[in-house]
Design a protein around this ligand. Structure first.
Ligand code: G4P
Length: 532
C-alpha cells in the first residue's frame, strides 16, 4: 500500500464502548466484530465456553466471576477504515482502568438498555468522556424487549447528561411488537424479522425495505405510532450537527438489539461515517505546551495500560501504547521522558482473537510493547524522549488494606510483588513514614481479591489483607516546599509515600482530610494525581 503515514493515521478510528454492567456491551462488542468481519461466527469471541468469556478474559478469577478484569484492544478493518475497539471492563470496581482506557479513545459508543436508560455507571463514564470532550454515539440496546418510550429516553439523555440527541433512526415499537426502525435520513425502513431457529441469529446485511412496503406488510398500528413518533422527534429534536458532535455536545442515536444482531450494521456505518480520526493531543516539550497532531513526523505515544501474563507461559508484561503521531516501525527505539530506552522488536497488534507482530503502526493504533517492567502507566514514549503527554489520572483509592505475607520471612518478596502490581496500575501501594507496613489501595473491593489471587498465582506467595489504620488516602502538594516538609514532619504517623515517592496523607476518614485541609490552607489534598 502506498498511502502516506498521515493518510494511514486519517483512516484510524479508535473508540471505546461505555455502559452500565448488563446493558449489553459484551454482546455488542461481539456483534460489532462480526459485522466488521473480524470474527466469523456468532459466539466466537466466547468460543471456549460460556458467552462472557471474551478474548480479553484471560485469568481464572475473571472466568470464575464472569467479569473481564482487564481492558484490551481489538483491531479490525471495515469500509477501508481501521477500527481499534478498546475494551473496557464493565464492573465498577475496575472503573479506574476504564477511565485510563478512555484517555486513549477518540470516540465512544454509549450503550443504554432501552428499558433502563441512563444508569449510574453510564453517568460516571460519560463524565470522563465529557472531561476529555470525547464524542459519543448512542446505541439504545434491547429493543426486542419492552422499552421505555424512545422520546422519554432521549429526554433523559438530554436532562441527565446535558447532551443534545439527534436520532438517525426511529424505532417501530419494542418488545414483542418490535418491527424495525426508520432511517430518518434515507427515509427507508430497516426491518426486524424474527428469524427461525434454523436461521439462528446469524448476522447478515440488514433487511432494508421502502416505507410503503413496510406499511403494506407490518402492523398498521405499529407503523402509525412510528410515523407519529418520528414526526414528533424531528420537530422537537435538532438535526444532526457534526461539529456539535465532535465537540461532545450532541450524540447521534441508533436503536437496536445486539443480541438479535439488529442495528449493529447501522451502528458500524454510523461509526464509519462520524467517528473522528485520531485527535490532536496536548503534550509538553522542553517546558512548553504543544499539540501533537496525527500527521506529525516523530513517533510519539503514551502508555495507558499495563497487562501482565497475557501469555501464561511468560512472565512478561505488555504495555499498551497509544500512538499519537508518526510512522512506527518494528524494531524502533523509543525513549521515555526519563530517558529509558525501549527497543521495540516485537510490537503486538491485537486482532479479535489473536495477536500478531505489527510491522508498522500509525497514530490511533494501539500496540502492545512487551517489557520486563520498565514501562509504567502514564509513560510517554517518543523518538527523542522529549514529548510528555498530559497525565493519565490516578484516582484516590477508596479502600485501604494492610498487606502482610502469611510467612513472615517473605516480607521482601511480598513488597516486590505488590510494587510490580502497583506499577501495572492494578492497585496502589503506599508506605507509611513510620514502620514498614505495606498499605494497598484499591478503588473497589474486588481489586483486592484479584490482587491476592495474582500474588498467589504469579509470585507463589500467600498474602493476608487486613484492616488498615487508615481508610482514606490523599496526595499532598504545595507551592511552598517548606510548608509541605513541615506538615510531613509533624504528621509522620499519618503520612507516607506512594510508589513514585509522592507524599500522601493517610487519614482515618474524610472528616480528617477536611480538618487537615482547613488547618493547612497552603497545602492541597487531592483525590487524583496526574502521573507525569
Ligand atoms: P455487559 O457486557 O454490558 O455486562 O452485558 P452483556 O453483553 O453481557 O449482556 C447482558 C445480558 O443482556 C445478557 O443476558 C445478554 O444476553 C443480554 N442482552 C444483550 N443484548 C441484548 C439484546 O439486544 N436483547 C436482549 N433481549 N438481551 C440482550 P444474560 O441472561 O445475563 O446472559 P446470557 O445468559 O444470555 O449469556
Amino acid at each position: 500500500m502506498s498511502s502516506t503515514p498521515a493518510e494511514e493515521a486519517a483512516r484510524r478510528r479508535t473508540f471505546a464502548i461505555i455502559s452500565h454492567p448488563d446493558a449489553g456491551k459484551t454482546t455488542l462488542t461481539e456483534n460489532l466484530l462480526l459485522a466488521g468481519g473480524a470474527i466469523r461466527l456468532a459466539g466466537q469471541v466466547a468460543a471456549r465456553g460460556e458467552r462472557r468469556r471474551t478474548s480479553s478474559d484471560w485469568m481464572k478469577i475473571e472466568r470464575d466471576r464472569g467479569i473481564s478484569v482487564s481492558a484490551s484492544v481489538m483491531t479490525f478493518e471495515h469500509d477501508d477504515l481501521m477500527f481499534n475497539l478498546l475494551d473496557t471492563p464493565g464492573h465498577e470496581d475496575f472503573s479506574e482502568d476504564t477511565y485510563r482506557t478512555l484517555t486513549a479513545a477518540d470516540s465512544a459508543v454509549m450503550v443504554l438498555d432501552a428499558a433502563k436508560g441512563i444508569e449510574p455507571q453510564t453517568l460516571k463514564l460519560f463524565e470522563v468522556c465529557r472531561m476529555r470532550d470525547i464524542p459519543i454515539i448512542t446505541f439504545i440496546n434491547k429493543m426486542d424487549r419492552e422499552a421505555l418510550d424512545p422520546l422519554e429516553l432521549l429526554d433523559e439523555i438530554q436532562d441527565k447528561l446535558q447532551l443534545d440527541t439527534s436520532p438517525l433512526y426511529w424505532p417501530a415499537a419494542s418488545g414483542q411488537r418490535f418491527s424495525g426502525m426508520k432511517d430518518l435520513r434515507k427515509g427507508d425502513f430497516v426491518s426486524f424479522r424474527k428469524k427461525t431457529a434454523e436461521e439462528g441469529v446469524q448476522p447478515g446485511p440488514s433487511d432494508r425495505i421502502g416505507m410503503q412496503e413496510a406499511r403494506d406488510t407490518l402492523d398498521a398500528m405499529v407503523m402509525d405510532e412510528l410515523e407519529e413518533g418520528a414526526d414528533l422527534a424531528s420537530e422537537a429534536l435538532p438535526d444532526f450537527d457534526e461539529q456539535a458532535f465532535r465537540e461532545g455536545h450532541m450524540t447521534p442515536v441508533v436503536f437496536g438489539s445486539a443480541l438479535r444482531h439488529f442495528g449493529v450494521n447501522e451502528l458500524l456505518s454510523t461509526l464509519a461515517e462520524f467517528a473522528p480520526a485520531p485527535r490532536p493531543q496536548t503534550a509538553e516539550k522542553n517546558g512548553q505546551k504543544i499539540t501533537i497532531d496525527r500527521a506529525d513526523k516523530p513517533v510519539a505515544g503514551f502508555v495507558f495500560k499495563i497487562q501482565a501474563n497475557m501469555d501464561p507461559n511468560h512472565r512478561d508484561r505488555v504495555a499498551f501504547l497509544r500512538l499519537c503521531s508518526g510512522e512506527f516501525k518494528r524494531g524502533m527505539r523509543l525513549k521515555t521522558t526519563e530517558n529509558k530506552q525501549i527497543n521495540i522488536h516485537n510490537p503486538l497488534m491485537f486482532l479479535a482473537q489473536d495477536r500478531e507482530i505489527a510491522e508498522t503502526a500509525y497514530a490511533g493504533d494501539v500496540i502492545g510493547v512487551p517489557n520486563h517492567g520498565q514501562l509504567r502507566v502514564g509513560d510517554s514514549l517518543s523518538e527523542n524522549g522529549d514529548i510528555k503527554f498530559q497525565g493519565i489520572p490516578n484516582f484516590a483509592p477508596e479502600i485501604l488494606r494492610r498487606a502482610r505475607p502469611k510467612d513472615p520471612m517473605k516480607s521482601k518478596h511480598l513488597r516486590k510483588a505488590l510494587e510490580s502490581l502497583a506499577e501495572e496500575g492494578v492497585t496502589q501501594l503506599f508506605t507509611p513514614s513510620l514502620g514498614s507496613d505495606m498499605i494497598v489501595g484499591a478503588v473497589g473491593a474486588l481489586q483486592i481479591d484479584v490482587m491476592a489471587e495474582r500474588v498467589a498465582a504469579e509470585y507463589n506467595l500467600e498474602v493476608v489483607f487486613e484492616q488498615a489504620a487508615y481508610n482514606v488516602a490523599r496526595w499532598i502538594a504545595s507551592d511552598d516546599p517548606a510548608k509541605l516538609e513541615a506538615f510531613l514532619e509533624k504528621n509522620r504517623g499519618s503520612t507516607g509515600v506512594d510508589l513514585d515517592g509522592a507524599p500522601v496523607y493517610l487519614a482515618k476518614n474524610a472528616w480528617d482530610v477536611g480538618y487537615a485541609q482547613e488547618k493547612n490552607p497552603d497545602l492541597k489534598f487531592t483525590a487524583t494525581k496526574e502521573r507525569m
